[in-house]
Design a protein around this ligand. Structure first.
Ligand code: SF4
Ligand code: FES
Length: 248
């Protein structure tokens, strides 16, 4: 396949940035999207030009590092996958592909396609944990009975990889889907009850301080989430928040 790539280039956070055109030829449909960018970067390096910076790590949909906005969609045109799991067979010979960073005030661009998502880390630090006894007398997790429905829902919420596609997709740059997944995975389990009140209050407070927008129930986040995190987590977080506020 021969393709035209329109890629966002930005030297640093202060640079204005712009789309730059690149032609790439002989792209195999079996290449992953990131492999195609690797090939482009090799060509740029051989020409003495600066390669395109983009985030990646596991390249198998686990780590949440990859984060491209492709033809106006977070993680590209496929559903239920991350950018690293997208393959070139989704495109046609002669296509023009727009490649941009995830955009949100709370995710400033560092360089080219790399954004700073440390706001998510700070939200996690504010409450995304439980306290357990690690003194050597730890109780086996299986010793606490949990009904299957709750265990399944908690597991589903725990599959959030923190990629930020929900924020990039939302017209308000809301982080509610991410934060609600992190709150839900503990809210449903007995181990999460001890810090439940502080957790939801502190995580929501941190989310607001980071500059993420409000949820207006468009549901775009759920559509683009590579892990299928459900909007029902947002409803659960709202209930947890109300309960915690009344207690507080
Ligand atoms: S909720 Fe989905 S889109 Fe948002 S950070 Fe988690 S995995 Fe990514
Ligand atoms: S590189 Fe790890 S999820 Fe894409």
């Amino acid at each position: 396949m021969n393709l035209t790539l329109k890629i966002w280039r930005q030297k640093n956070a202060a640079d204005k940035g712009k789309l730059v055109d690149y032609q790439i030829s002989d792209v195999s449909p079996d290449m992953s999207f990131l492999e195609m960018l690797d090939v482009l970067n090799e060509q740029l390096i051989n020409k003495g030009e600066s390669p395109v910076a983009f985030d990646h790590d596991c390249r198998e949909g686990i780590c949440g590092m990859c984060s491209l906005y492709i033809n106006g969609e977070a993680h590209g045109p496929d559903r239920g996958i991350t950018t690293c799991q997208l393959h070139m067979r989704k495109f046609k010979d002669g296509d023009t592909i727009y490649i941009e960073p995830f955009r949100a005030n709370a995710f400033p661009v560092i360089r080219d396609l790399v954004v700073d998502r440390s706001a998510f880390d700070r939200i996690q630090h504010a409450g995304g944990f439980i306290s357990v006894n690690t003194s050597g007398n730890t109780i086996d997790a299986n010793a606490i009975p949990i009904n299957k429905h709750d265990a399944d829902k908690a597991f589903e919420a725990a599959t959030c990889i923190g990629c930020g596609a929900c924020v990039a997709t939302c017209k308000n740059s809301s982080a509610m889907l991410f934060v609600s997944a992190k709150v839900s995975q503990f809210a449903l389990l007995p181990q999460g009850k001890v810090e439940a009140t502080d957790r939801v209050l502190n995580m929501v407070k941190q989310m607001d301080e980071e500059g993420f927008g409000n949820c207006t129930n468009t549901g775009a986040c759920e559509v683009e989430c590579p892990k299928g995190i459900s909007l029902e987590n947002i409803a659960r977080m709202n209930r947890e928040y109300l309960k915690a506020s009344l207690k507080g």
